[in-house]
Design a protein around this ligand. Sequence first.
Ligand code: GDP
Length: 302
Amino acid sequence: MVMNKPDKGLKATKDTWFRRISGLFQRRQLDPALWDELEELLIGADVGVDTTVRLLEAVRSRVKADGMTDPGQVRGALQEEMVRVLEVPRTTRAETPGPRVVLVVGVNGTGKTTSIAKLACLLKREGKSVLLAAGDTFRAAAIDQLQVWGKRLGVEVIAHQPGGDPAAVVFDAILAARSRGLSAVIVDTAGRLHTKVNLMEELKKVRRVIDKADSTLALDVLLVLDATTGQNALAQARHFAEAVEVTGVLLAKVDGTAKGGMVLAIADKLGLPIRFLGTGEGVDDLVVFRAKEFVDSLFAAD
Ligand code: GDP
């Protein structure tokens, strides 16, 4: 199977920032001004101030300890430290005999529905059988949108009436997937309710019902964040993480921003592994995130 590479989605981030970062290391000697310029460029790429400072401290202490004088070597150390920040261990359970449940959470408009379709498509390509659960019962349009994707992808959608109990939808979907021996259930959830408190309570309830349906299931709680919202996405992430134990992030719309450095802030400040990148509006525009491949793409000269 051909795996998508992050290159396409990272074009703006590379053109705007990382080409200049690479340029800094093409100088013949380590120039003291390099560190200030590097800091400025990393912050510009939305790596975030704290993460940038920590990253550069780690690189500088390696430069000192190893007595590095060659800018190329320093670049290598920077890349390695970036990979280290991005390699957040995953905490989710390994595959179990029952269906894997992927609970997808996030604010409306971040790209949640499109991302669910992309995930379903990826799993299908891997030969897995998938079921979608229309857990955003707050918006009738959300149920319709998921059903449209289901038809297009040839994937069954379990849905109730608008205004129904999302926990009941999820419960039904898990039972249906289990009785049919399917490999995965992807659950859409509301991104907005009358109040934020209601939304978080609803997510908690859905989470509890998954355990009630079968507490041995492998569960991913995937938070969809919109890369174009920059550091605001971090505040959103904290909210969701308080309500449900988020196990990973899908960063959508990476192609629409020069701020791809955000992945470092997410990994560093939230301690969450980035699992996927959304790199376009098409159903195939999804990249399975791999730290080293991502960093290599950022620095690749093309
Ligand atoms: P939801 O409200 O969170 O379910 O968001 P949607 O899935 O409806 O997506 C909102 C808009 O973002 C749509 O126009 C999508 O086509 C677009 N979108 C979603 N993911 C991506 C992505 O990775 N890249 C780009 N460029 N657009 C995206």
